[in-house]
Each structure stands twice: as C-alpha cells, then as structure tokens.
Design a protein around this ligand. Sequence first.
Ligand code: FES
Length: 157
Amino acid sequence: MKNKSKLSQLLPGRRKFFVTLGWSLLGFAFTGMAWIIGRFLSYSQNDPGLEPVHFGPPEKYPVDTTVTRGKVALFRDQAGFWAVTTICPHLGCKPLFESEGRVFVCPCHGSRFDCEGRLLNGPAEKPMALAMLNLDPHGNLVVYPKKAVPPGHRFKP
Ligand code: FES
C-alpha cells in the first residue's frame, strides 16, 4: 500500500519529465531546421572558404593540364591558363570534374558544366564562375576564387 502511493507520487513527475523532454527535442529539431534554412538562404560566392589558392610555378603545368585543388580547378591550353570556381550556382555543392568527358557534374542534383564552367544542363541556371589568376611576387600561380573574370578569359604568365 505504501509502495503504491509512492508510485502514484512518482507518476506526475515522470509525466512532467517526458513532456519536458518532448518539448526539448522539438526545440532542438526547430533550431536545427532554422540553422539549415539560414545556411541555405545565406549561401553566397563570398564564402569564407574561398581564399586564394596557390599552384606554384606555371612551368609545372604543361598544355592540357587539369588540376583541382580546394574549390578551384586550374586548366591550361595553347592559349593560356584559366580557373573555374567549383561551386555549383544552383545550391552551392561542389561539382566534380570528370576528365573523360571534360565536364563538371554536380553530385547534388546533377547539373553539368563544361571545363570552362559553362552550363550544359540544370537545374542550375547559371554557369560556374571563372576565377582571376595572377602571379605572386615569387612568380607562382595564384587563383583568386572571389574575383570573377569574363567567360573565355585566359591568363598568360
Ligand atoms: S547544387 Fe548543384 S545541381 Fe543542385
């Protein structure tokens, strides 16, 4: 009898605990969703991860070279160098370069771009940006992913 009354005293406490736990979990879920939506809406080309990328001396890269590093891909043809900022303009995923077809394919929703970042098929509606290239004071190639250059641009060191 005594045990039963102790049990009934505990039940409201347990109920309150589970209600509090439920509300807490719901709060965490809403906070998580708000963070994801905020991150999605705040995507921009000014991503802090877009720092200059150093590639070393240009002589290291013969004609027809392709090198990917960080969020840029460096190419060289007879006319010079160019670099593509590998951020999908659809929702910001990182398209992967397929050397066989010389195309970038976005793993998120399948947008495809040619090796100069031009859009081949969506859902993206814009091309990927070409990034500015320059030489540092030591004569090494540096790609500046935050600085876009016009389509077709070539850098000749
Ligand atoms: S993020 Fe690249 S296709 Fe959607």
